[in-house]
Design a protein around this ligand. Structure first.
Ligand code: PEP
Ligand code: MG
Length: 886
């Protein structure tokens, strides 16, 4: 016969903390505390297996349960010294849910169960406190009526309000025993009227009804939504905990409260929490009365003494228990307690939620205290939580007026004046104004505006749209795909959340949450020393994967190093031509209709390009730098409108019509699959030649300069589909190197490698590796081309795919390990079969995603490369991936 019930209490328990799957978090920890000899009211947990059986059997309980529940109740009666349903000395119980993962407030609870007309009278006589007894009874009818019988909570509240009005009373605490007794009659009449049956007086019937209600609440709308949001499987089910009641509301020597064993905001090693004298647990949560602090120094109001001074013995005992629990669980705990007539009872303990700053401090402190080792401390920190630490963030205490939501494309927060063009952004920024660039979407010519802006908002585009990628690289907070922001460029305003925001109005962008807020919200600067630095140091000692950054500007490269990047894994050279002056030369080059025209334009670009590399190599000081040769989706570079066409014509010294004609000729129906990547190098080799020359000359210049270190050069060819294509371009680079050697007497060491961004490239990795010294997976394009989903257009429908479970997460954010992942594994294997020392990396956006990093560790990659601001997250995730693999 299955065991459905697990007893605890009286210094022993059948369960333990290790049995969370079966007993739920609450039940497992109650058992654990009982075994530790802590004062836990006796009770039993009905297992999650029963929940599964209940639903499998059309919501009915197995016959074998009845005898087990009877015996569970006998166990509580014996330990508590009272009898269930006994009028002289009644046992009251609480019935609470408790699933494997905490789902706060999502499921139902019934307190004070076991009260009826007779036991309420018995409780009054036994405690000598009729007021308490009838208050408890009316609370029970109200809760049971609502949760189990389905009579609206507000109907009971209305009756209570009317009773108080009639008596001229404001506070519940002013109700007398007789007042409560009168109200109870009204409550019972309400139940009779609504159900056509009396309120159940049979305590057994009450117990089974409550158990059933808690199991039913596993499937209520709130719980279903919560599970979807937090990815909790329905199959887990909930347990039910039935436990002897203890009362924090039996007088002034009673109390109830919650405590964190350390401060959950700062991580300070001091107990932190709140309590209420003469109250039941739900009063603290409901916020009807303002709770008081546990510790004196935290007091705002001296008229409300801290637990420390109001109940010093209880406070001391709570402190001891809190230390014990922390030592036992080796983690900060979130505790619920009740004091009944001067005796402390523990009702719950669980790992406490905390801010990233607190998480780091607690982990570092616990290592110093000898509670944790470094590896456990590193495993404890949620990598994504570091995000909070790396960008200026909004003051969490400031009020927020949300105008609209969008995709949290680049984290951090900034406030400024709204502008609708990059030119305006640059003008105002030059005058020292903070601006927010608001565009339907951005393109390369917005780069200067994006740079000038404090944050970027686009109404269209996804997590890997131009705006998102560039903003992340720049460390600008950014929201994309804010579909509810209706931009009217002509009118110079946008409408959102019922408001119309014009140019010059101030908004705040919270790129971490994807919230667009009215007005300016104050921010807090990041702190990267102390516990943060300590933990990152430990992570670096553990991890095997190297972490590089995607960066092309000196500012990005400097940020990347500040955050601990060990090189540049992707320098997107096309991003280096977005400057107003350069883009014209770039356009001239693209639009030239003969080799000579192109060479003239390239000659203008060469010195600029060389200077860029000099600065980059200087900053990276001998670390590896992977430079990707030009990969422009051409449409991003074509001039828009007459004015821009005129600019290019003037610069090239040709007729406007000629340029306009070339623009028309070069327009592509599908630029993402068009004349981009190495296809440009194949058809116009002079472009890649210019770039290779700029790279080599810059490397020579830096190596020669005072204190200059030779850069570890990696030249990367984008978007290849096979070995032959790469061989042609490698020969081209080697040819330039040979010329440089002739001209300069030497050429710096370099490697030629390629990006793997197309399914065909992954499949033909063996051939490709013959010419490539390294592969870097371009998972943005590889995802786009494997799924056949445009990375710029996925936002509008991807949510439906995630909601319906086709993807666990947006595959442009977290790698589709099943599909794209299989191509990566295949390419790694075939590549290394062909070249054993092939270096493997990844530089798509997934390089900064912890779940994807675990996958890359398993594939045996050498490094990941991500936005500078995700480098610390990647360092930590890489350490955790290594620990998990061990
Ligand atoms: C990629 O495709 O993953 C990549 C890194 O290149 P880009 O985003 O520049 O296309
Ligand atoms: Mg790409």
């Amino acid at each position: 016969m299955s065991q459905w019930l697990y007893n605890f209490g009286g210094g022993a328990a059948e369960g333990s903390a290790a049995m969370k799957d079966l007993l739920g978090g609450k039940g497992a920890n109650l058992a654990e505390m009982a075994v530790l000899g802590l004062p836990v009211p006796p009770g039993f947990t009905v297992s999650t297996e029963l929940c599964a059986a209940y639903y499998d059997n059309g919501k009915s309980f197995p016959d074998s349960l009845t005898a087990q529940v009877d015996s569970g109740i006998r166990h509580i009666e014996k330990a508590a010294g009272a009898s269930f349903g006994d009028a002289a000395d009644p046992l009251l119980v609480s019935v609470r849910s408790g699933s494997r993962a905490s789902m706060p407030g999502m499921m139902d609870t019934v307190l004070n169960l076991g009260l009826n007309d007779a036991t309420a009278a018995g409780l009054a006589a036994g405690t000598g406190d009729a007021r308490f007894a009838y208050d408890s009874y009316r609370r029970f009818i109200q809760m049971f009526g609502d949760v189990v019988l389905g009579v609206g909570h507000h109907e009971f509240e209305d009756l209570l309000e009317r009773a108080k009005e009639g008596l001229g009373i404001q506070l519940d605490t002013d109700m007398s025993a007789d007042d409560w007794r009168d109200l109870i009659e009204k409550y019972k009449a309400l139940v009779q009227a609504r159900l056509g049956a009396p309120f159940p007086q049979d305590v057994g019937e009450q117990l089974w009804g409550a158990m059933r209600a808690v199991f039913d609440s596993w499937m209520n709308d709130r719980a279903v939504t919560y599970r979807r949001l937090y990815d909790i499987p329905e199959s887990w089910g909930t347990a039910v905990n039935i436990q002897a009641m203890v009362f924090g509301n039996m007088g002034e020597d009673c109390a109830t409260g919650v405590a964190f064993t350390r401060n959950p905001s700062s991580g300070d090693n001091r107990i932190y929490g709140e309590y209420l004298i003469n109250a039941q647990g739900e009063d603290v949560v409901a916020g009807i009365r303002t709770p008081r602090p546990l510790v004196a120094s935290a007091e705002g109001d001296v008229s409300a003494p801290a637990l420390e001074s109001a109940m010093p013995e209880i406070f001391a005992q709570l402190g001891e228990i809190s230390k014990r629990l922390e030592g036992h669980y080796r983690d900060m705990q979130d505790i619920e307690f009740t004091v009944q007539k001067g005796k402390l009872w523990m009702l719950q303990t669980r790992s406490g939620k905390r801010t990233a700053a607190a998480a780091l401090k607690i982990a570092a402190d616990m290592v110093a205290e000898g509670v944790l080792d470094e590896e456990s401390a590193v495993s404890r920190i949620e990598p994504e939580a570091l995000e909070q630490m790396l960008h200026p963030r909004l003051d969490p205490d400031a009020p927020r007026d949300i105008l609209a939501h969008g995709l949290p494309a680049s984290p951090g927060a900034a406030a400024g004046k709204v502008v609708f063009s990059s030119e305006r952004a640059e003008d105002l920024a030059a005058k020292g104004e903070a601006v927010i660039l608001v565009r339907p979407e951005t393109s390369p010519e917005d780069i200067h505006g994006m740079h000038a802006a404090k944050a970027i908002l686009t109404s269209r585009g996804g997590m890997t749209s131009h705006a998102a990628v560039v903003a992340r690289g720049m460390g600008r907070p950014c929201i994309t795909g804010a579909l509810d922001v209706r931009i009217n460029l002509e009118a110079g305003n946008f409408k959102a959340g019922g408001a119309t925001i014009g140019e010059g109005d101030i908004i705040t962008i919270d790129g971490t949450r994807g919230e667009i807020l009215d007005g300016e919200i104050p921010t807090i600067e990041p702190e990267l020393t102390g516990a943060f630095a300590t933990l990152m140091g430990w992570a670096d000692n553990i991890r095997a994967l190297k972490v590089r950054a995607n960066a092309e500007t000196p500012a990005d490269a400097a940020t990347a190093r500040k955050f601990g990047a060990e090189g540049i894994g992707l320098c997107r050279t096309e991003h280096m031509f977005f400057d107003a002056e350069r883009i014209i030369a770039m356009r001239e080059m693209i639009l030239a209709d003969d080799m000579e025209g192109r060479r003239t334009a390239l000659a203008k670009l060469l010195p600029m390009q060389r200077q860029d590399f000099v600065e980059l190599f200087d900053i990276m000081a001998g670390l590896p730098v992977t430079i990707r040769l030009l990969d422009p989706p051409l449409h991003e570079f074509l001039p828009h409108g007459e004015a821009e066409i005129c600019d290019v014509a003037k610069a090239a010294g040709v007729k406007v019509e000629e340029v306009a004609g070339r623009v028309a000729l070069l327009r592509e129906n599908n630029p993402m699959l068009g004349h981009r990547g190495c296809r440009l190098g194949i058809s116009h080799p002079e472009i890649y030649e210019m770039q290779a020359r700029a790279i080599f000359e810059a490397a020579i210049e830096v190596a020669k300069s005072d204190g200059g270190e030779a850069v570890a050069l990696e030249i990367m060819i984008p978007l290849v589909m096979g070995g032959k294509e790469l061989q042609i371009l490698k020969d081209l680079v080697d040819g330039v190197a040979a010329k440089i050697a002739d001209e300069h007497g030497n050429v710096p060491d370099y490697m030629v490698g390629t990006m793997i961004e197309l399914p065909r490239a992954a499949l033909k990795a063996g051939d490709i590796a013959e010419a490539a010294r390294f592969f870097s997976f371009g998972t943005n394009d590889l995802t786009q081309t494997t799924l056949g989903i445009s990375r710029d257009d996925a936002a509008s429908f991807m949510n439906s795919y995630v909601r319906q479970g086709m993807f666990h997460q947006d595959p442009f954010t977290s790698l589709d390990q099943d599909g794209v992942g299989e191509l990566i594994e295949t390419a790694c294997r075939r590549g290394r079969e062909s070249r054993a020392d092939l270096k493997l990396g990844i530089c798509g956006e997934h390089g900064g995603d912890p779940a994807s990093i675990h996958f890359f560790q398993k594939c045996g990659l050498d490094y990941v490369s991500c936005s500078p601001y995700r480098v610390p997250i990647a360092r930590l995730a890489a350490a955790q991936a290594k620990l998990k693999q061990q």
